[in-house]
Every structure is written in structure tokens, then in C-alpha cells.
Design a protein around this ligand. Structure first.
Ligand SMILES: Cc1cc2nc3c(=O)[nH]c(=O)nc-3n(C[C@H](O)[C@H](O)[C@H](O)COP(=O)(O)OP(=O)(O)OC[C@H]3O[C@@H](n4cnc5c(N)ncnc54)[C@H](O)[C@@H]3O)c2cc1C
Length: 505
């Protein structure tokens, strides 16, 4: 639809119906991905008008939502930072530092006027007659509805529900006399001083929380059903320190350190495939170095899966292991039988007493921002679509999706998707196309449809729980999200938009 046609349509809109605002591109979410998307759009497609709609009252997404003690990245910020803005701090960063960095991107590029906060998108309907998405958002400040139309939807909504974390339903939880909290909704008034705290879970969140509350509380116990791999190490990168000593420009430091980190990560990932037992021994050896030869590493830190089948959390300066070695923190590997009034009864028959229980048990996956999507009025079920490289979906027009990497920094992919969307928009403009959809080519028809992720390749609980909600994949690189940055970096930037998988109208 041309701007003039749209103007005519808006004029014809009955007075009582709110008149939609129109933007060429509508970005969902003002987290790392949405702000990065805005940057790329401004740089590469300055002629496209755009708006960012964001539920929360500020930018940052994950880094705004999570407020538990010690909240920090577990990737280095040279690769988790945008490729276009140097990261000048320590590699593992706090939420506050990440928010400051994203805030600078917004200020330096005048992105703020494009963001509408407290706009929670409820519905998105594609009209084939108009080649437009109509978006209805609830304004959380006024309770009113805000209406928008857009040619192109750029989904930067992250992968989990921000309003609440995932807590399993254990027997007798209501009998527990103390407080149960989830790290995602950490209460501002929670005082842990001299309390016995029990943290359930042993992922990156638990590993961050435990050392950061250990000094404050009487004792903190990390209760895990099964162990996790960790990489303890110095929160510094040698080559970055050397380059800075040599007073090399920060733009160069960023680029060189990024390349070095990506090179090292690729080598490590390959070793996890080629020699998993050797990698496993090295990881366990690093833990043993902190905890000593008498600690029961076999029970508490030896996972049942191969290294890299789940994300491996980096433990800066080994802080969690120092907490355990000092006796302020401990680890129990067992299963929960039920809650009691004073703590948790374990399947082994042992009981753990607690004043506060923290359920670091993960996320509720939210495939596309909990938005009700319709296409020409018919409900859209994403689980019935097939993904094009984890970027687009069969049968869903004018939409791109940002879903980052599990094993490499999320932002590597957010930047890559930024280039992809801008190239696609430019291609459509050149072609005079108003609509693009991906569709299977004759050679793809009849291929078996597979779940979004290969269980053997990567299998964290929150993905397994939600696989039935996610799009399907085929056994070809273009019809799956490979989770492999090192392959995708040589494929996605060279996408042939004239390939028959892209259908234009
Ligand atoms: C505690 C924690 C630590 C992490 N650490 C790392 C790390 O070190 N490295 C790494 O690579 N990854 C990490 N991740 C994954 C992390 O979520 C991503 O790396 C990244 O921050 C995601 O950015 P995003 O903008 O895509 O999504 P989010 O940060 O989830 O932001 C999405 C935004 O979209 C908004 N939104 C969603 N639905 C709607 C809607 N319907 N209407 C309007 N707005 C909507 C949300 O309010 C939110 O602000 C971590 C995740 C968590 C939870």
C-alpha cells in the first residue's frame, strides 16, 4: 500500500475508531536486539520510518527485568556487545554496565524519539488485501489501546516471558513458612541478612546468585538435581590488556578481541565435538583447582551430558567456587520429594532447612511475545510453520525474527539479522515488492519436518518444555536455525533474495 492510499484509508476511518499510526517498520521490543535493529535500520535504510514498541518502562529487556544480586552477563562483552560500538570495560559485565552501554547507543544515534514505552502488543493481523500488519497495543500507562499499521514486523521480543519465571509445581509448596522467590521477579524488600537460603538450580543464574549473596546470609545451599559444566577464569582478556597497554584505539581493540574470542570459541566448540572426554577432564580439573582434591567433584560437578549440549556458564574469578571453598556456600545434589514448613525434604530422606527458597529454575518460553497473530483474520500457529534459517517462517509475510545463539553471544546474530532485514527491505524496494514470504521449493517438499532443535545438539529444559510451540525445521541449512555462528556468518550475509524460497508480491 502506498502512503497516499494509506492516507485515504485513514481519512475514511470512522471517527470513533482510533486512527492507526503508520510506520514502514515496526520493531517489537527495546532490548539488545530491538535497539540494535533500530541502529542498523537507521544506518542502512534511512528512508524507512520506524517505531519500537516496548512493554516495559525503559530499554534493556533482560538487563532491565533481572534485578537479583550480582546479575551479570556470562558472555564476554566484546562479542555480546554490538559489532559497531566498542566495549571498553571488563569482559563480564553487570546489568548496570550493559544498560549504560545500550543507553549510549540510543543517545549517540538519536533512537529515543522512536521508542514508545509501556506499549504491550496484544494482537497483530496481516491483511493480504492491504499488504499491511495492523498492530494493537495496550498502553500500560493509560489503559487505552494504541493502533498501528506497518509494512514490516521486526520481532525482537526475546525468548522468554518477562513477567514471570518458570517454577515447577512441587508438592506442598504452600506449607513452607518462609518466602519463595524467583530470580526473575526479585523482591526489592528481600533481606537475606543472617538467613539460611536455599537456591534450587545450578544454571548461570544460580551460579551468579550464590557467590553474590553468600557473604550476606548465614549460609547458602545450591540444590541441584544434576550437575552443570562451568568455566572458571579471570575476568579479563590478556590480548585486550596488552592492546590497551600499547594504547591501541578502542575500535581496534574491540575488533581484534572479538576476532580472538570468536576464534577461541570456535576451536573450543570443535574440541567439544572431537574430544568431549578430554574437554570434560579439563573443565573438571579447573573446578578441582578451586575446591581441592577431597571435594566430591564426581557427584556435584560432573554432568551427565557432553560439554556444550547445554550452555556453559563462565564463572568470573571462580567466585562461586571460592564461596564453596570458604564454607559459606555448599552444593547438594539430590531430588525434591516435597516442601516442608521449614524447608525441603529430599528423595534421599535428608531434609534441608531454609528461611528463604530461591527457585533459579529457568524461564517460560515465549515464542513471539505472547502476541495473538492472525493472517487475514485466521489465527496463526507458529508450530505449524517451517523456519527459514531461524529468521522467517513459511506462510508469514513481511516478518523477521531475532533469535540469537545459545553457544555464542546473542548479539552476534542480532547484528547479522540486522544486515539481513535491511538487505531484504532494499531488495523489496528495488523490485517494487510490497510483500515477501518464504515458501518451500519443489525440492524441499515432502522432507520430514523435525522439531526446532535437535535434542542431541542442544537440550536445555526450557527449550525441551516448549518444543511443541516452536516452528519446525527441515534437514537443510536454509530451513533450520543451526545455532552455529561460524557457519551462518558465511551464509546469511550472502543470502540470494532471488532464490525461489522467497516469494514476492
Ligand atoms: C539473566 C540472563 C543472563 C543472560 N546472559 C547472556 C549472556 O551473557 N550472553 C548471551 O548471549 N545471552 C545472554 N542471555 C540471553 C539474553 O536474553 C539475550 O542475550 C539478550 O539480552 C536478549 O535480548 P533481546 O533484545 O533479544 O530480548 P530481551 O532482552 O528479552 O528483550 C525483549 C524485549 O521485548 C519486549 N517485549 C516482548 N514482548 C512484547 C510485546 N508483546 N509487546 C511489546 N514489547 C514486548 C520485552 O519487554 C523486552 O524488553 C541472558 C539471559 C538472561 C535471562
Amino acid at each position: 500500500m502506498t502512503s497516499n492510499e494509506l492516507l485515504e484509508r485513514q481519512k475514511a476511518t470512522p471517527a470513533r475508531r482510533p486512527r492507526p499510526e503508520h510506520f514502514d517498520v515496526l520493531i517489537v521490543g527495546a532490548g539488545i536486539s530491538g535497539i540494535g535493529g533500530a541502529y542498523h535500520l537507521q544506518q542502512q535504510c534511512p528512508d524507512q520510518s520506524y517505531v519500537i514498541l516496548e512493554t516495559q518502562e525503559n530499554f534493556g529487556g533482560t538487563w532491565l527485568t533481572h534485578k537479583y544480586p550480582g546479575i551479570r552477563s556470562d558472555s564476554d562483552l566484546h562479542t555480546f556487545g554490538y559489532r559497531f560500538k566498542p566495549w571498553v570495560g571488563k569482559p563480564i559485565a553487570t546489568a548496570e554496565e550493559i544498560l549504560r552501554y545500550v543507553g549510549e547507543v540510543i543517545a549517540e544515534n538519536d533512537i529515543a524519539p522512536h521508542i514508545r514505552y509501556r506499549h504491550k502488543i496484544m494482537t497483530a493481523d496481516w491483511s493480504s488485501a492491504d499488504n499491511l500488519w495492523t498492530i494493537v497495543a495496550e498502553r500500560l500507562d493509560t489503559g487505552e489501546q494504541a493502533h498501528f499499521t506497518t509494512n514490516f514486523l521486526w520481532m525482537c521480543q526475546g525468548y522468554y516471558r518477562h513477567s514471570e519465571g518458570y517454577t515447577p509445581d512441587w508438592p506442598d509448596m504452600d506449607k513452607f513458612n518462609g518466602r519463595i522467590v524467583h530470580p526473575q521477579t526479585w523482591p526489592a524488600d528481600l533481606d537475606l541478612k543472617d538467613k539460611n537460603v536455599l537456591v534450587i538450580g545450578s544454571g548461570a543464574t544460580a551460579a551468579t546468585l550464590v557467590p553474590n549473596i553468600a557473604d550476606d546470609c548465614a549460609h547458602v545451599t545450591m540444590l541441584q538435581r544434576s550437575p552443570t559444566y562451568f568455566i572458571p577464569g579471570r575476568n579479563a582478556i590478556d590480548i585486550a590488556e596488552t592492546l590497551r597497554q600499547l594504547q591501541v584505539d578502542e575500535t581496534w581493540v574491540h575488533e581484534i578481541v572479538r576476532r580472538k574470542m570468536l576464534y577461541d570459541q570456535a576451536a573450543f566448540t570443535q574440541r567439544c565435538v572431537d574430544e568431549p572426554e578430554k574437554v570434560k577432564e579439563e573443565l573438571l580439573g579447573a573446578v578441582r583447582a578451586y575446591l581441592g582434591p577431597d571435594y566430591d567433584i564426581a557427584t556435584h560437578f560432573t554432568p551427565r551430558y557432553r560439554p556444550w549440549q547445554q550452555r556453559i556458564a563462565f564463572i568470573p574469578d571462580g567466585d562461586m567456587f571460592k564461596g564453596i571453598a570458604s564454607g559459606k556456600a555448599s552444593v547438594v545434589t539430590d531430588e525434591i520429594e516435597r516442601f516442608t514448613d521449614g524447608g525441603i525434604l529430599l528423595k534421599s530422606g535428608n531434609e534441608l532447612s531454609a528461611d528463604v527458597i530461591v527457585t533459579a529454575t529457568g524461564f517460560n518460553l515465549s515464542v513471539l511475545g505472547d502476541i495473538d497473530f492472525t493472517i487475514d483474520g485466521k489465527p496463526l500457529d507458529f508450530a505449524k510453520t517451517i523456519t527459514y534459517r531461524g529468521l522467517m517462517f513459511t506462510g508469514v509475510p513481511n516478518m523477521a525474527w531475532v533469535f540469537g545463539y545459545f553457544r555464542a553471544s546473542w548479539t552476534l546474530r542480532a547484528d547479522m539479522v540486522g544486515d539481513f532485514v535491511c538487505a531484504l527491505l532494499k531488495h523489496m524496494k528495488t523490485k517494487g515488492a510490497h510483500k515477501v514470504t518464504v515458501a518451500l521449493r519443489p525440492e524441499d517438499e515432502g522432507m520430514p519436518e523435525l522439531p526446532w532443535l535437535d535434542d542431541e545438539n542442544f537440550n536445555p529444559g526450557y527449550m525441551k518444555r516448549s518444543m511443541h510451540l516452536l516452528p519446525r525445521r527441515l534437514d537443510k541449512p536454509e530451513w533450520q536455525h543451526t545455532q552455529d555462528y561460524w557457519t551462518e556468518k558465511d551464509q546469511i550475509p550472502f543470502t540470494d533474495f532471488n532464490d525461489p524460497a522467497f516469494r514476492y508480491a
